[in-house]
Design a binder for this molecule. Structure first.
Ligand SMILES: [Fe+2]
Length: 308
């Protein structure tokens, strides 16, 4: 049912407009929840369709657009990025379209409970004390409660909001009654949520490289469903799509897709060794996984630090 237009009839082929539509829907949901107004969940669902379409056609462009420091609104940016990563991962894990649409919607709304957390806690630059942390943790339960008031919210939307901080080993929060089972979608969101938080550009911390984030996640035994985490790392690779890299011949490129080898993605050249932009051409696409490209490799991930 993808029609390439938003509710105002604007064409949503451009990644910028799709990003804007995702961003708007999360901003509206959080704004309405903060004011105790009803959320437009149907709208979130239709935007999730754009998200599915765009992850298929232009995941690199979208995820690249998202990788900038958004200091004022990072709970919104976070939800958009988590939703995008989860749909991308869900597709690699073999979910069908209906499941992917549901996943995208749940991803966009999963942190809606944060709209009830006071700004002093939400945006506190340092470590939260015990009491503040308890308040912060309540966003999972509160988000589920907000969504339960909506007839249009699905059980999946509710369970994603409630359970996205639950660990594979039963830890995390909220306290899990013994009969509660994490559904697959929530497991997937949890992995994307932690990865996004570790690699995000925030005012109070330097972003981790994907490699560092994977190391921490792999080292946190029992935190994640092992199959989901493994697929996630394979899907993104150590140089995830959308990132700028330096190649061993000095040229710069943007990563387009992960390769079968996590170190050897498909890249598109952007600048030569002297820093001169290369003209657009199909020849710029280099699959480092190819036999004849074995002498070329990625030497550095060029991360934006957000510091200027
Ligand atoms: Fe959360």
């Amino acid at each position: 049912t993808w029609q390439g237009r938003d509710q105002g009839g604007r064409h949503l082929e451009s990644p910028v407009l799709i990003y804007q539509a995702l961003y708007d829907v999360v901003t509206a949901a959080h704004g309405n929840a903060a004011m105790d107004r009803m959320l437009d969940i149907d709208n979130a669902r239709s935007v999730s369709e754009y998200l599915l379409h765009s992850t298929r056609t232009s995941f690199t462009d979208i995820i690249q657009l998202m990788h900038y420091p958004d200091y004022d609104s990072y709970t919104v940016g976070h939800s958009v990025r988590v939703a995008t990563l989860s749909v991308h991962l869900g597709e690699k894990m073999g979910l069908d379209d209906e499941q992917l649409l549901a996943l995208g919607t749940a991803g966009l709304l999963h942190d809606v409970g944060k709209s009830k957390i006071p700004d002093e806690i939400l945006f506190k630059p340092g470590r939260l004390d015990k009491e503040e942390f308890t308040i912060m943790q309540s966003h999972a339960r509160v988000g589920a409660e907000i969504l339960m008031e909506h007839k249009t919210a699905t059980p999946l939307d509710v369970s994603a909001a409630w359970g996205h901080h639950l660990r594979h080993d039963g830890g995390g929060y909220p306290a899990r009654p013994p009969w509660a089972v994490r559904d697959n979608v929530t497991k997937l969101l949890q992995v994307c949520d932690v990865f996004e938080a570790l690699t995000a550009i925030r005012p109070y911390k330097a972003p981790m490289t994907p490699h560092q984030a994977f190391e921490i996640m792999l080292g946190d035994e029992g935190a994640f469903d092992p199959a989901v985490l493994t697929t996630f790392i394979r899907t993104l690779g150590l140089y995830p799509p959308g990132n700028q890299v330096r190649l061993s011949d000095g040229s710069h490129a943007v990563v387009v897709a992960a390769g079968t080898d996590v170190l050897r993605p498909l890249v598109e050249l952007t600048a030569d060794a002297d820093g001169q932009p290369v003209p657009e051409s199909e020849d710029n696409l280099i699959n480092l996984d190819d036999e004849e490209q074995q002498e070329l490799s990625v030497t550095e991930l060029l991360l934006e630090t957000g510091a200027s």
